[in-house]
Each structure stands twice: as structure tokens, then as C-alpha cells.
Design a protein. Structure first.
Length: 62
């Protein structure tokens, strides 16, 4: 199981780095809110994180 935990940690860190590279600090905040909301079973916090990420992915509405 330690190998599975290591691989999982590497994937999470890699995903966070990609989000930060592409979407900056706002992307990390959105991802953090989403993760904390899911772990704390708080639909309000996870929804806020999902909205932040969705707005970043959708880009500016021109």
C-alpha cells in the first residue's frame, strides 16, 4: 500500500502544479475550497470552489 499512497501523492501534487501554472493563485484557491468542502462534507464550501474553478475554465464572457 505505501506504493499506492506515493503514486497518489505524486498525482495530486502534479495536478495542483498544473492548475497553478494554468490558472494561477485563483485556481489553487478554487481547488483548495473544493477539496476542503468535500473532506468537511460542506456543500457550501465545495460549491464555492467548484464555481471558482468553473469561472476560470469558462474564461471571460465577452
Amino acid at each position: 500500500m505505501p506504493v499506492l499512497a506515493l503514486v497518489s501523492a505524486i498525482l495530486v501534487v502534479t495536478f495542483e502544479q498544473i492548475v497553478q501554472w494554468k490558472y494561477g493563485a485563483t485556481g489553487i484557491i478554487g481547488l483548495l475550497l473544493l477539496t476542503v468542502g468535500i473532506k468537511a462534507k460542506s456543500p457550501t464550501v465545495s460549491s464555492a470552489g467548484a464555481v471558482v474553478l468553473a469561472l476560470l475554465v469558462a474564461g471571460p464572457a465577452l
